[in-house]
Design a protein around this ligand. Structure first.
Ligand code: PEP
Length: 251
């Protein structure tokens, strides 16, 4: 089946009130885009971003697996929903590395978010050393198998609300991008893992590419089989940089 592309921005630790005009400009363009569009902003900005861009998909960048409790500094899925978020990223490599998040943690977070009614983008990706060693496909496939939600509460909504983002760590924020052959090889392998996990429903789940996507390379990347959109960091902060990527996804 043809999957509608999804272009999601990850603002990371960027964004204060002065940046809400960018959220608004992106949301206006999203209304007529031929792709789904979302922005994952810092938690402090979610509620104001939702108010600045009513009807637009605002998301978080992480979620705790528990619904409430003694977890200082953490945010639960029900809190994200309460703030107006519709989705969240889980398992970004910056969190896997800096916060020591395991595949098991990522899976629990994805299950918690899906169970609460959020959409989820599950990130996977290999290091430079793993790619150099020729182990990228095996490593990332294993990471996905162990990170995918299997909670039966979440099962009903999985195809529509789950996306996977393949983000080679060495491509994030570096300006380096894998060859289209390497992206295609990885996305085909991840599609096979999704089919193994969910049967035919695995064909409905979008697989995004992330890592130095920008206006100049987006169309080529979106032309690769099984690339169903992008997770975009740096180039999502300004509407002027992000909108050409939406246009490429809409073509
Ligand atoms: C990201 O952090 O998810 C990302 C893809 O960043 P960038 O687009 O800046 O490489």
């Amino acid at each position: 089946m043809a999957r509608r592309k999804l272009v999601a921005g990850n603002w990371k630790m960027h964004g204060v009130a002065a940046d809400l005009a960018e959220v608004n400009a992106i949301s206006v363009a999203a209304e007529t885009a031929g792709a789904d569009v979302a922005l994952c902003v810092p938690a402090t900005l979610i509620e104001r971003a939702v108010r600045a861009a009513p009807g637009f998909a605002i998301g978080g960048q992480d979620v705790h697996q528990a619904d409430k409790g003694a977890h200082t500094g953490c945010i639960s899925a029900s809190m994200l929903l309460d703030a107006g978020a519709r989705l969240t990223i889980v398992g970004h490599s910056e969190r896997r590395e800096a916060q020591g998040e395991s595949d098991e943690d990522v899976k629990a977070k994805a299950e918690s978010a899906l169970g609460a009614g959020l959409s989820v983008i599950v990130c996977v990706g290999e290091s430079d050393a793993v790619r150099e060693a020729g182990q990228a496909v095996a490593t990332v496939s294993g990471q996905l198998d162990a990170s995918l939600p299997h909670d039966p509460r979440a099962a009903a909504g999985i195809p529509a609300r789950l996306a996977v983002a393949y983000e080679p760590i060495w491509a994030i924020g570096t300006g380096k991008v894998p060859s289209t052959d390497d992206i295609g090889e990885m996305h085909a392998a991840l599609r096979a893992r999704l089919r193994a996990a969910y049967g035919g429903a695995g064909d409905d789940i979008r697989i995004l590419y992330g890592g130095s996507v920008k206006a100049s390379n987006a169309a080529e990347i979106f032309g690769v089989a099984d690339v169903d959109g992008a997770l975009v960091g740096g180039a999502s902060l300004k509407a002027a940089d992000f909108l050409p990527i939406l246009e490429a996804a809409s073509a």
